[in-house]
Structures are given as C-alpha cells and as structure tokens.
Design a protein around this ligand. Structure first.
Ligand code: HAM
Length: 404
C-alpha cells in the first residue's frame, strides 16, 4: 500500500466539509472588505523566497521543498503565499498604476519541510489577503477586523497579539543595540540564538528556549525605541482596537518568522489546539514590492492556517436539501434520468442506480441528507407516477411523473 507522505494528509467526508466551510466563510467576508481572488503558481523560482522571506529565516534556511527541474531551473514549492502575490503584482505592473490600490485574497496549499507534529504539517493550506497601496494604519486595523470577522463567523475564540517591528529609520539602531546586548550574554544563549546574533538577531526575541527568554527580560524593547512615525502608527492602532473593544495583548517578542515585515505585526493565537497555537499571522511589509523590483508600494496582509482552524470549527447543522431518486426494479431506472435532469436545474439531486426496496432507499436518502425521497415502485412504474416523501414533514404523496 502506498501512503501519503509524512506531514501530508487527505481530507474527506466531514473534515473536508469543514474545510470548504472555512474557505467559503473566509471568502464571503474578504469580498465584503473589497478583496478579489488571485491565483498564483505553487512552484516559483527559489530566489523569490530567498529575497522575500529571507535567507536567514528558518523557512528558507531549513524548510524549503527546493529542487532543480528538468530545465535546470532552481525552483521551490511555495512555503507561503505573500511572495508569489507580490511577484504577480509587480509582473502585471500594477505597481505602475496611478495611486494603485489593490486587494487580493487567495487560498491553497503551502509546503514547509518541518518536523511534523500536531498542527504542524509539511503540506498545509492557508487562506490569505494582501492589500497594496494603503500606507494608513487604518488599513492594518481593518485587516485585524476582517480576521476577527472570519473567526466570529466560524465561532472561534482567539487571543490577538500585536507588536511593531519599526522601519528602516528606527530598526537598524535597535538591532545594533540588541546585538550589543546579546553579545554580552552570548555564552548563556542557546546554540540557535548564538547563530542568530550574526544572521538575524531580531529572531532571538521569539526563541522558545526559557533561558534565552529569561535573559531577554532585561533587554530594551523595540516599541520603546520606535521613530516618531512608527510610534504614532502603533499608538493609533492601539487606540482603534480599544475604541472598537477588540481585545489584544502587546507582545514585544512577536517578530514573526519571515523577514519582510515592518511596523505592525500581529498573530491570532488559540489556546485550544496545543503548542502550534498560531491560527493566523500577518503584518505590514512596505518594502517588499520594491525589494522584488517593483515601485515602492506600501502593503499589509495576513494568512490563516486552515488545518489548525479545522480543529476548532464545528459544522453548522446540515440542513436536508434536494432529492434522492430510487427504483424498485431495473426496468424503471431509465425513467429516473429525465426527472433527475429536470430537478437538478434548481435542486441537489442524488440518483441511486441499484434497484432496491423502498426501506433501503429511505435509508439512502437519509445518508445523503436529502429533503425528499422519490421512488418508482411496481405500481408507480405501471401508472407512470412517482411516490415522494418529504423527510422533514413526513408527508407522502403520489404524483404523475409530469407533475413531479
Ligand atoms: P505564517 O505565520 O508563516 O505567515 O503562516 C500563517 C499561518 O499558517 C500560521 O499562523 C499557521 O496557522 C499556518 N501555518 C504555518 N505553518 C504551518 C504548518 N507547518 N502546518 C500547519 N499550519 C501552518 C505567512 O505565511 C505569511 N505569508 C502571512 C502574511 C500574509 N503576511 C502578510 N501577508
């Protein structure tokens, strides 16, 4: 038997129903906020992710599904959606349009060669939104509201964590001070953090090692060292969240695992799904379009992890709908098809090809959650009629096939 690869899974039946429910709910809400669908390839040039997600990130450094294709191109299965959307935005020259404002949503599989565990897969699915051309912090707030609306519609509780990652004006001097601080306590930091001092010192802030976290308690925090513009925006965001009574927590160690962020960073966390608790994350990435050879365009976005949310979502009660059609005798089956086609123009229709007794058909109708079970038995076949039972009201009726 051939099994799916480690860290990759099949979704079927009730689970795949919930998957579709999450995606359709998220799409409905994203559309209300003015987002339009974008589809980008799963396979991209490796350098796209190196340049955007960052060479020093774990994703690019350790987790890429990277290979050389038959044309000797260095390619990679996308580990996330933002880089591809930005590439598409620049490729379509949308950055060149006057006061260009574009909002895109997407969903689909992402690939990261991580150590699989509960909530951490090698192939997982994200739903995401990317907003281009809006520098205002109101857009960051609106995006947080959008995610909140999705979780509300899905009936999911969460904790929102926010931080500011500064900008090229304030981040470099903070990073320099942090490197000084980390170098002084270098010997006590874990092996990973020692490496990060040179490659990506900011990532030390969200190290999971308890000892590193203890040491960091005494380090100065970026939100206390922001430039005027970043400080104003962060205070404004906090004010808007307070005003709209959206609960949040300022997490000064929230740096996100991707290098393209500046200013607002946020994560939605659930305390009901174990250690892999981030159910959505995102933030502002005002430099990425430029970095990928486009015209400077402010941008903000997020993605949510569908498999993690699957664990939290209850399906709404399935309502009975449509028709189930069955016969008692093989000879009558041909009579079902014109009836099925006619009904299917406005209804969900299931046809059972195997001739069975009525009782078995009623069970079949129940299984597919049909509202009506329609049946051609011996008498009905002879008379050109059809027997119909409403499985909600329990009413039974015999109609001519024309009337049906
Ligand atoms: P991210 O935080 O890397 O951000 O991923 C977003 C969400 O994807 C996470 O919060 C989590 O729910 C889910 N996720 C990530 N890795 C896994 C995994 N191995 N298994 C299952 N679920 C996972 C991004 O990807 C950014 N592109 C978000 C963004 C969009 N920022 C701006 N625009």
């Amino acid at each position: 038997m051939i099994n799916a690869l480690r860290g990759m899974k099949d979704l079927t039946f009730e689970e795949s129903e919930r998957f579709v429910h999450i995606v359709t709910t998220a799409i409905g809400i994203a559309k209300k906020y003015g987002y339009e669908y974008i589809e980008t390839p799963i396979l991209e040039e490796t350098k796209l992710f190196k340049r955007s997600v960052g060479e020093s990130s774990d994703i690019v450094g350790k987790e890429m599904y990277q290979f050389t294709d038959k044309g000797e191109n260095d390619v990679c299965m996308r580990p996330e959606g933002t880089a591809g959307v930005v590439r598409a935005f620049v490729q379509a020259k949308l950055d060149r349009q006057q006061s260009a404002k574009f909002k895109f949503y997407y969903y689909g599989p992402m690939f990261r060669y991580e150590r699989p565990q509960k909530g951490r897969l090698r192939e997982f699915h994200q739903f995401g939104c990317e907003s281009f051309g809006e520098a205002s912090v109101y857009e960051d707030f609106t995006m947080i509201q959008l995610i909140g609306d999705i979780f509300k519609a899905l009936g999911i509780g969460y904790n929102l964590q926010i931080n500011s990652l500064g900008c090229p004006t304030c981040m470099p001097s903070y990073r320099q001070n942090l490197v000084g601080f980390l170098t002084e306590c270098q010997e006590e930091l874990c092996e990973d953090c020692n490496r990060r001092i040179d490659t990506n010192p900011i990532r030390v802030l969200d190290c999971k090692n308890e000892k590193c976290q203890m040491l960091l308690k005494d380090s100065s925090k970026l939100i206390n060292n922001l430039c005027q513009s970043c400080d104003d925006d962060f205070k404004k965001l906090v004010k808007l969240l307070n005003r709209e009574e959206i609960n949040y927590e300022i997490n000064t160690n929230l740096v996100r695992g991707l290098d393209y962020y500046n200013k607002t960073a946020f994560e939605f966390v659930s305390n009901e799904i174990g250690s892999q608790s981030a159910i959505a994350g995102g933030g502002r990435y005002d430099k990425l379009v430029e970095f990928l050879d486009g015209k400077a365009t402010p941008a903000v976005g997020f993605a949510l992890g569908i498999e993690r949310i699957l664990e939290l979502v209850q399906m709404p009660q399935i309502e009975r709908e449509g028709y189930y059609l069955g016969v008692m005798d093989d000879g009558a089956i041909d009579a079902l098809f014109p009836l099925a086609s006619r009904k299917r123009t406005t209804n969900k229709v299931t046809v059972e090809y195997e001739a069975k007794k009525l009782k078995a058909h009623l069970k079949g109708a129940d299984k597919v959650h049909a509202r009506y079970c329609a049946f051609i038995g011996e008498d009905e076949f002879k008379n050109g009629t059809i027997w119909v039972k409403d499985l909600v009201s329990k009413e039974e009726i015999t109609l001519t096939q024309e009337e049906f």
